[in-house]
Design a protein around this ligand. Structure first.
Ligand SMILES: [Zn+2]
Length: 217
């Protein structure tokens, strides 16, 4: 059985002999070439914190998005606390949506205090690709409305436990992002919260990963 870390900036091996381990490493358009060949599974996009020279980075991403080792577009998104003006962030985010639809790959989303915007952009763009809100720590009401609009949620080491229980199991992904936590510990914590075994959770997450990221399983 395999544990999947669908979003990490700092991959590290897991302390566990029972499960194997696969991860999707996040990278940025201007860093992708250096990463290529070091690993098989990447996501690539313009993080709203690092969006300087975004026209150039977007042009790079248009090409990179076709690469077989890129399994998802992003992380990209909206951050009202940090980054460029929100109008500019929206334009850049919409460009990522277009790319995700063109290459038929899921979108990994970073969202901070811009939930209404995210929901309304989702409504107007009617994506055919899966949108995954990564590092979700929000409250259950928000988890519910994101899931209702079709989005999946990715949980890391810190989360609201009630949000786990209201999220449909076919919309759950797990990740370590930029933390030092072991993905096995995230599975352990989430399974405990759901009152199910790690094996069952791993099975369900594997189904989701297969459906959304295909080739990695
Ligand atoms: Zn991240």
């Amino acid at each position: 059985m395999t544990l999947f870390d669908i979003h990490t900036h700092t991959p590290h091996n897991i302390n566990c002999d029972v499960y194997s381990y696969k991860y999707i490493e996040n990278t940025f358009p201007d860093k992708f070439n250096d990463m290529l060949g070091t690993h098989n599974y990447f996501s690539c996009g313009i993080h709203p914190w690092y969006a300087s020279n975004w026209r150039y980075k977007l042009a790079l991403l248009e090409e990179i998005a076709n690469n077989n080792s890129v399994l998802a577009i992003g992380e990209c998104g909206l951050d009202k606390v940090r980054g460029l003006s929100i109008d500019l962030q929206i334009n850049i985010f919409k460009a990522h949506i277009k790319i995700s639809e063109r290459v038929q790959k899921p979108l990994i989303i970073h969202c901070v205090r811009a939930w209404d915007m995210l929901l309304s952009i989702c409504k107007e763009s009617k994506p055919t690709q899966t949108w995954i809100v990564h590092g979700f720590r929000g409250k259950p009401m928000l988890a519910k409305s994101l899931a209702l609009s079709g989005m999946s949620l990715s949980f890391g080491g810190v989360f609201n436990s009630e949000s786990i229980s209201v999220t449909p199991i076919d919309k759950i992904f797990l990740e370590t992002d930029d933390s030092d936590i072991d993905i096995f510990d995230v599975y352990n914590k989430v399974a405990g919260e759901m009152n199910i075994s790690i094996d069952l959770l791993a099975n369900k997450v594997e189904d989701n990963v297969k459906k959304v990221f295909g080739r990695i399983v």
